[in-house]
Design a protein around this ligand. Sequence first.
Ligand code: UDP
Length: 369
Amino acid sequence: MKNLVVGAGFSGATIANLLATELNEEVEVIDSKDHIAGNCYDYKDENGITIHKYGSHIFHTNNEKVWDFISKFTDFNTYMHKVYANIDGIETTIPFNINTLYDVFPKSLASRLEEKLLAKYEYNKKVPILEFTKETDKDLKFLADYVYEKVFLHYTTKQWGVSPNDVSGAVTARVPVYISKDNRYFQDKYQGIPLEGYTKVVERMLDHKNIELVLNKPFKDYKKAYQKYKRVFYTGAIDQYFNYELGKLPYRSVNFKFETHKQEYYQQNSVVNYPCNYDFTRIHEYKYYLNEKSDKTVIAKEYSEAFETDKNERYYPIPNDKNTELYNKYLEKAKDLDNVYFLGRLGDYKYYDMDKAIARAIELFEEIK
Ligand code: UDP
């Protein structure tokens, strides 16, 4: 009997690859989209620029197992991701760090704040903004309120539709206040962009005699027939699997407005955030990732919006207590199913980065094998 994997993103491709290679089992992989790689999908456009169709993806991990696994399918460049932000017309770096202090404040104020920060926190400490705003020292409270207002409040409201207090603290803690001069966005041991893109990585994961791939295939066509499979690995939305019978889990979606410009570069960096002004949250400029040369450049302005069935795509689960409670009810129902396993951002309703999605698939494989 074969396995069925629903979804050809990183989660599905990882589990399919492990079943095929390590257990020598047959796997049928279906995806409702007309391409593999899920929201990590990328392609080279007519200008020779690799476009991340669903927004910038930077691979980063501290997990040796995940790094060893993905490195079987690709080499990476030595890209170190930085994010710039435009705060009141000043271009500076995000996460807000000691260098940012000197970009946005007069030198005397910046150095007073730096001294106070270093007296209070260890160098290289990452402080979540919601913790930082509890500061009682007058200067540090001024700084915390400034960062909250200029970096987090409006960006988070645009991105999630609610203020930073109404999404799980883990969301804004992904981008801490960083008591450091390190301008990188990620400090992981391994990071980079796959030299031939993410789609190629997933293509290689699925390229095995035991794996059959069927695109443009919605799971509903298979639901009744699933008993004929040894196991089903479902990486789609868990609420959809159960026909929303307990209610819909909310997700955020994103709309990218692409523009091609007849100039070598549009902005200074691959990603520039607009945390306070403008309706978009950030602008991506793709040629930076693989240092591709062209006399044109392609950018995407990112607009966040609520997910609506049949209108747009699911990008982010929305972690908060209410949604977790509903997800847990679906999880209880899932436990009653024989041989159906849920995984991935949508299956687990968790805000996984790519490495976490792969790690979860590897762990699940180790449990079942
Ligand atoms: N965030 C923010 N301002 C920024 C960058 C991030 O408020 O300039 C908050 C926002 O709530 C965002 C979260 O931090 O959704 C996580 O940001 P990250 O860059 O990790 O988001 P992703 O790249 O996964 O969309």
